[in-house]
Write a protein that binds this ligand. Structure first.
Ligand code: IVH
Length: 711
């Protein structure tokens, strides 16, 4: 089960699958939240899944989905309201969850600004849990109100917004164009009263004040909005014809002078310590505020600095939301069970006495791996103060997603004196093969391979999944059925199904869940995939570390399956030039290389591959994709002092266009960007014949206009 693993433990195949899974969940959650005003995940579950998604993207940047939720803000606007394009995008905020995240945030900012020795001034204010709204004033008159929508296009809710009492309809001495942004929300009291009324009238009862606020603002009949007690807090601005201030703090004061409500807990803070102090203060007051907040927002005060720090695709670099922690429940850990994954990974799962965590009954929690149970993380550092987890313990649970929740702590004081440390199995519970743990790997794996039923079934399920053979009508359920019937034990059997079960005695159409038509459809779907591109076939084999991306690299390099197979045979001898050739492929490291050679040279695994190949027509690689960025995939080194940007800004811009930034010059370096004072690195580049560029030449190459557009 992928979602059990910490991000560090995922290999490329698992990471790819996990990104697809997370994006599906998050897209659905976005739509439920923004369009239907009915969430299916709690906010903290959403945040944790979103963080997991971006952590995986950070580890495997090449796997980031084109349509990733990380690039999206909110959800597409609904069709019920007219659309308005925001003149200045409405962005979201990056999240931080603990003190370290905030210290890192401050550190990043100082580094980008090149102010490592000064204390940065911030503005901290509560993060109100409502929905954002942009109010456009033309010559002081409220002329347009727009929801965030997907950040670029929102919904025109002008008439509804005009019914909100504390939104000024006219303001004085304001710039001729002024867009004020803030949060529409409902107080707890008003929310409770509204729900009582709704229940009485047999109308929709809202899950929380945020949904009540969103549902109330987005009413087609403005008189319904008018009857709902909505409020508005201003905390930002969009388009302005003349700047309203030079600091965030003074700008908020200015908005207050214009007549907007602003939050009394808005405070100027000097450095991260003061931010965290204010966070603690707000956190202690949270229950008495009378409105829902889900964290504290920190923003760089100096607006010139904000400008220089700029934006990522959906969030400003100059702000962060420090979120409150997820809800925790306590329960009894009844037993520890081991699940076996596709790659043979033995994953321990805690079976719990069912407990309510944030409105959901939880009975399982992930225990990750052997070290985690013993009280250590994947780097060997102590977790939970080094306390181990045992069957019979009292544990603290929080929900980290929609599937398996996590254990945050164990209550040693409640431990039974007769309890014993958990001893991790040395045999696979599914097939009794020994398990092995390779040095440096936190996961123990069953060595049974395809002879282990758990691995075989999951391997076959991967084989037919999206991105691999993608056979319509052949999903996990059917694979399990065919495996249990003994019809499909290895991939090649899938292609023999038709011949054996169309006309034979054991006709598929006579089996549970199958009829003549569905059996025929399946056989046709399988036939359609006999012809398959080399990269898909390689990915489908489910070799550890060979994800879609590395399968493509291998396919592009070796062009045909025959050439690849022959090369792997020769690469077995690490002295052979075929081994160095494999390692020379950009993106193929030693671990991947060893794994793929081992698989091709292991007789039983080779037999499975050869059996499969006999059934297929594998298409050779012909086309090479060309990226539209001139520096995509190039290795670059910055040296000397840069004049038009800081080193961090330079790194960010290079990576944005697909380049890899390295600290040292070697034969693999494509460009060295040398500013004044460049020394040994520039010399080495010249020695090695690596192209040396000035900062301006570099900016021309990545196209500075594109960079400015992105800001
Ligand atoms: S600033 C460019 N400040 O949180 C930055 N947002 O998770 C724009 N929110 O979309 C946002 N309180 O709906 C900001 N004090 C505050 C906020 C706040 C609540 C909401 C807002 C935003 C979301 C991001």
């Amino acid at each position: 089960m992928l979602n059990d693993y910490s991000v560090e433990d995922l290999d490329e195949v698992e990471a790819k699958k996990e990104l697809i899974r997370l994006n599906e969940i998050l897209d659905r959650a976005n739509s439920d939240y923004y369009n239907n005003d009915a969430p299916n995940l709690s906010d903290s579950e959403y945040d944790i899944l979103k963080k997991r998604n971006s952590d995986i993207e950070l580890r495997f940047p090449n796997l980031k989905l084109q349509n990733s939720v990380s690039n999206k803000v909110g959800s597409k606007p609904s069709n019920s309201f007219k659309k308005i394009k925001h003149s200045v995008k409405m962005l979201s905020l990056a999240n931080g969850f603990d003190e370290q995240d905030i210290i890192d945030f401050d550190h990043r900012i100082k580094k980008i600004l090149g102010h490592e020795d000064t204390i940065i001034t911030y503005v901290a204010e509560p993060k109100i849990d409502g929905l954002s709204l942009s109010l456009k004033y033309l010559d002081g008159k409220l002329s347009q109100a727009t929801t965030r929508g997907d950040g670029e296009v929102g919904e025109n809710v002008t008439e509804n917004a005009k019914t909100i009492q504390n939104i000024p309809k006219n303001i004085h001495n304001a710039p001729s164009i002024l867009e004020v942004r803030g949060e529409v929300y409902m107080s707890m009291d008003d929310f409770n009263k509204l729900n009582i009324k709704q229940e009485k009238n047999n109308a929709k009862v809202f899950a929380n004040p945020r949904n009540a606020a969103a549902g109330s603002l987005r009413q087609l009949d403005r008189s319904v909005t008018a009857s709902r007690p909505l409020k508005f807090y201003a905390y930002a601005w969009g388009e302005v014809s003349t700047p309203i201030s030079d600091t965030q703090y003074n700008a908020i004061n200015k908005l207050r002078d214009f007549g907007f409500s602003t939050n009394d807990l808005t405070k100027k803070c000097y450095g991260p310590k003061e931010l965290i102090h204010h966070y603690d203060k707000i956190s202690n007051k949270r229950a008495d505020l009378g409105y829902d907040i889900d964290g504290v927002v920190y923003k760089v005060d100096n607006l010139l600095f904000q400008d220089r720090l700029g934006y990522r695709s959906t969030t400003p670099r100059w702000a962060i939301a420090h979120k409150f922690p997820a809800e925790i429940a306590k329960t009894w850990l009844q037993s520890i069970e081991i699940q076996v994954g596709r790659t043979g990974a033995l994953s321990p799962v805690a079976r719990l006495k069912p407990v309510n965590v944030g409105g959901v009954i939880v009975s399982n929690a992930t225990l990750h791996n052997e070290d985690y149970i013993k009280g250590r993380d994947s780097k060997g550092n102590l977790i939970r103060g080094g306390n181990d987890i045992r069957e019979g313990d009292w544990v603290h649970i929080y929900r980290a997603g929609d599937v398996i929740p996590k254990i945050s702590d164990v209550d040693i004081s409640k431990r039974n004196s007769t309890s014993k440390p958990y001893s991790f199995p040395t045999l696979c519970p599914e097939c009794n093969s020994p398990s092995e743990r390779i040095e440096g790997d936190s996961v123990a794996r069953c060595i049974g391979g395809i002879t282990c039923p758990a691995q075989a079934v999951q391997g076959l399920a991967h084989f037919v999944s999206r991105g691999a053979f993608d056979i319509e009508g052949l999903g996990n359920r059917q694979i399990e059925q065919f495996y249990e019937l003994g019809w499909v034990k290895e991939p090649s059997d899938i292609f023999k199904l038709k011949l054996r079960y169309e006309n034979g005695i054991q006709r598929l159409e006579n089996r549970d869940g199958w009829g003549k038509k569905s059996a025929n459809n399946l056989f046709n779907a399988i036939e359609a995939k006999r012809k398959i591109p080399l990269n898909k076939m390689l990915y489908a084999l489910g070799i550890r570390h060979v994800g879609e991306n590395s399968a493509s690299l291998l396919s592009k390099h070796y062009k045909s399956f025959d050439n690849l197979r022959k090369s792997m045979d020769e690469a077995k001898n690490m002295e052979d030039k075929k081994w160095s050739e494999l390692l020379s492929i950009d993106g193929v490291g030693e671990i991947l290389a060893k794994t793929i050679v081992q698989v091709f040279c292991n007789p039983s695994q080779r037999k499975i591959i050869d059996n499969l190949v006999d059934e297929l027509e594998i298409e050779s690689e012909l086309n090479v994709l060309v990226s539209d960025s001139a520096v995509d995939g190039k290795v670059v080194v910055f040296t000397g002092s840069l004049e038009r940007m800081t080193r961090s800004e330079a790194k960010i811009s290079a990576e944005k266009y697909g380049a890899k930034v390295s600290g040292s010059v070697s034969k693999k370096t494509d460009f060295v960007i040398a500013g004044p004072g460049a020394g040994s690195k520039e010399r080495k580049a010249i020695e090695l014949g690596v192209k040396v560029l000035s900062e301006t030449e570099w900016l021309d190459l990545i196209d500075i206009n594109k960079l400015a557009d992105a800001k």
